[in-house]
Design a protein around this ligand. Structure first.
Ligand code: APR
Length: 230
């Protein structure tokens, strides 16, 4: 049976594709205060601004392409059972060709109802506009988990991490809870790799190999090593 690799990614894996990370831009996200555009309070205060903000992010996300970091993870599927868990709202893992991707913070290409979180839709084109309604008649919003909201996929991510034979963490500051806590669910003995130019030792995580490199170079190197030794 193939060994199971869980890969946990953050904004850093998409940085070399041209999508800015959040914490590398001084708390401002594409010139906006995060509290304005990524909280339920921000939505309540000015939902048109929030819709416009994500319409722009959506256009940008569709213009950029997967980089060698995303592509190397697809290669890993030749010899391993690979499950990606991402905090990113872009779809670059899917567009690279990864077959199993769990999004913890939602997906920019989808919309959802404001009165029933189970009503989720593919967005046709690139915009959600004021007056775009769900089938129950409420305004559509981006299908994104904002600060202060529940993370519906967190339990399934915990269960996935418990099954890891190998854990790879790429491009995340591990600052945002509960997402960052999932790395503690991997078995103690399982080898763990952390690829990030600012990677630090993570308290509570055993058997950790730190690779202080960009995702676009560090990931292909690690993938080759794992495939050669599979
Ligand atoms: N390759 C790998 N890592 C990189 C690269 C790169 N080329 N460039 C930057 N990084 C690393 C940074 O060193 C940093 O550790 O990516 C990380 C980005 O951290 P954050 O901006 O905090 O992104 P992330 O950890 O994904 O944030 C978590 O916070 O903004 C919210 O909900 C949003 O999902 C996001 C969550």
């Amino acid at each position: 049976m193939k060994k199971r690799i869980i890969v946990f990614t953050g904004a850093g894996i998409s940085a070399e594709s041209g999508i800015k990370t959040f914490r590398d831009s001084d708390g401002l996200w594409e010139n906006h205060d995060v509290m304005e555009v990524a909280t339920p309070e921000g939505w309540a205060r000015d939902y048109e601004l929030v819709l416009n903000f994500y319409n722009e992010r959506r256009k940008q996300a569709l213009e950029v392409a997967p980089n060698p970091g995303h592509l190397a993870l697809v290669e890993l599927e030749k010899e391993f059972d690979v499950q990606i868990i991402t905090q990113n709202i872009d779809n670059l893992h899917e567009r690279a060709g990864s077959s199993s991707v769990l999004h913890l913070h939602g997906l920019i290409t989808k919309s959802r109802s404001t009165i029933d979180e189970n009503l989720v839709y593919e967005i046709e084109g690139t915009e959600i506009n004021p007056g775009d309604l769900c089938e129950k008649g409420s305004q559509l919003r981006p299908h994104i988990v904002w600060f202060g909201e529940n993370v519906p996929n967190i339990s399934i991510a915990h269960e996935m991490c418990e099954t890891a034979d190998i854990l790879i963490i790429i491009g995340t500051s591990l600052n945002v809870y509960p997402a960052s806590g999932i790395v503690n669910f991997a078995p103690r003995k399982c080898p763990k790799y952390f690829i990030d130019p600012k990677a630090e030792k993570i308290v509570l995580v055993n058997n950790l190999n730190i690779i202080k490199e960009n995702a676009g170079t560090g990931t292909p190197t690690l993938v080759k090593e794992l495939l050669d030794n599979a």
